[in-house]
Design a protein around this ligand. Structure first.
Ligand SMILES: NC(=O)c1ccc[n+]([C@@H]2O[C@H](COP(=O)([O-])OP(=O)(O)OC[C@H]3O[C@@H](n4cnc5c(N)ncnc54)[C@H](OP(=O)(O)O)[C@@H]3O)[C@@H](O)[C@H]2O)c1
Length: 312
């Protein structure tokens, strides 16, 4: 099968190339997914898990990409809950070969059924961004109706979903980003937008929750905006400056089949729209990793087009 492999940590993106690999093996509780659309995270070539397995052993050449939408092609021994021919979407394990391939082996618990009326391209933009946004706002920061949340990077993959979820939960949303992101953020219905290049972050005032996706100085500066009892939650890096009288949380997204199903239902209802940026073929993955002129939103790699006869 055709896949993109990463071979050399020092070479970074330059070490990515299209490669023919053997068809993946379905271990116990795995499914083999025929990948129709896949997402990746530009920074993943810096993650140790891209290069080593759980025991720390070298696992190159490795296949990057950790979210997908596709169709179940094969079941491993003992796999329950899914069946061959079913449309599915979800995460792949960080320490195994990922989704930038025609086929990949995934633990069944990482996947959820995909309703027939959601396109694979849209579904592939949902697992990492959707689960991360939900877990940040509601599992870690316990955001509730009437509270104010400051969401950094609000026009991006995670931020744009966080804005939509927070608004639906009845929170007041202050968004940040670059000047060019103002219209996207306002279009998502935020109550206020701060241009991080021109406005003062302090103009946000005190907030119950800060959700940071950027890190660095913006993360450090945000701690002072958290009101007593509030939460600073970040997915960028462990915070070095905690809020004076609040909690600081750094976390890594985890699989959650039930939540994926809930996010898919929100997409069907028109309550949630993941922002899909560029859509490119598998052969253009190396260029997509380095592109500085990409459209806002999640870049999706489209591997096969939809076919009639798939089952939901
Ligand atoms: N810990 C976890 O579990 C987890 C999960 C998901 C993602 N992540 C990480 O979280 C980060 C965000 O992910 P994403 O998918 O949302 O990325 P994304 O789609 O690139 O969104 C980030 C947004 O923040 C903006 N931004 C970045 N730096 C900025 C700055 N200095 N000033 C103003 N705006 C800035 C970006 O604008 P530009 O595009 O113009 O730079 C973009 O709109 C990535 O580093 C990703 O690796 C972590």
């Amino acid at each position: 099968m055709r896949a993109i492999t990463a071979r050399d940590r020092d070479a970074g993106v330059g070490g990515l190339s299209p490669t023919d690999l053997p068809h993946p093996h379905a271990a116990e509780n795995d499914v083999i997914v025929r990948v129709h659309a896949a997402g990746f995270t530009p920074g993943e070539l810096d993650w140790p898990a891209t290069w080593s397995d759980r025991a720390g052993r070298d696992r190159t050449p490795s296949v990057p990409g950790h979210e997908l939408s596709g169709v179940v092609a094969e079941l491993g021994y003992g796999t329950t809950g899914l069946t061959v021919g079913q449309r599915v979407f979800g995460l792949t394990d960080w320490t195994r070969d990922g989704s930038l391939a025609e086929y990949t082996a995934v633990e069944a618990r990482n996947l959820a059924p995909l309703p027939a009326d959601i396109d694979h391209t849209v579904a592939a933009a949902l697992p990492i961004s959707g689960l991360t946004a939900w877990q940040a706002l509601f599992d870690h920061a316990r955001l509730t109706t009437g509270q104010t949340v400051l969401i950094h990077g609000a026009a991006g993959g995670v931020g744009s979903i966080a804005v939509q979820l927070a608004r639906e939960a009845g929170a007041r949303v202050i968004a940040t980003g670059r000047a060019a992101h103002r219209d996207t953020a306002l279009g998502l219905g935020v109550d206020a937008f701060l241009d991080l290049g021109a406005d003062r972050l302090d103009d946000a005032g005190e907030v119950d929750v800060v959700f940071d996706v950027i890190g660095g100085e913006i993360l450090d500066h945000s701690a002072a905006l958290v009101r007593a009892g509030g939460t600073l939650v970040t997915i960028a890096a462990p915070p070095t400056v905690p809020p004076r009288d609040g909690r600081a949380v750094f976390f890594v997204v985890e699989p959650d089949r039930a939540r994926l199903a809930d996010l898919a239902q929100r997409v069907r209802d028109g309550r949630l729209t993941p922002i899909v940026g560029d859509v490119r073929p598998l052969s253009e993955v190396p260029a997509a990793f380095t592109s500085h002129r990409r459209a806002p939103g999640r870049t999706i790699i489209r591997i096969v087009e939809d076919r009639v006869g798939e089952r939901a």
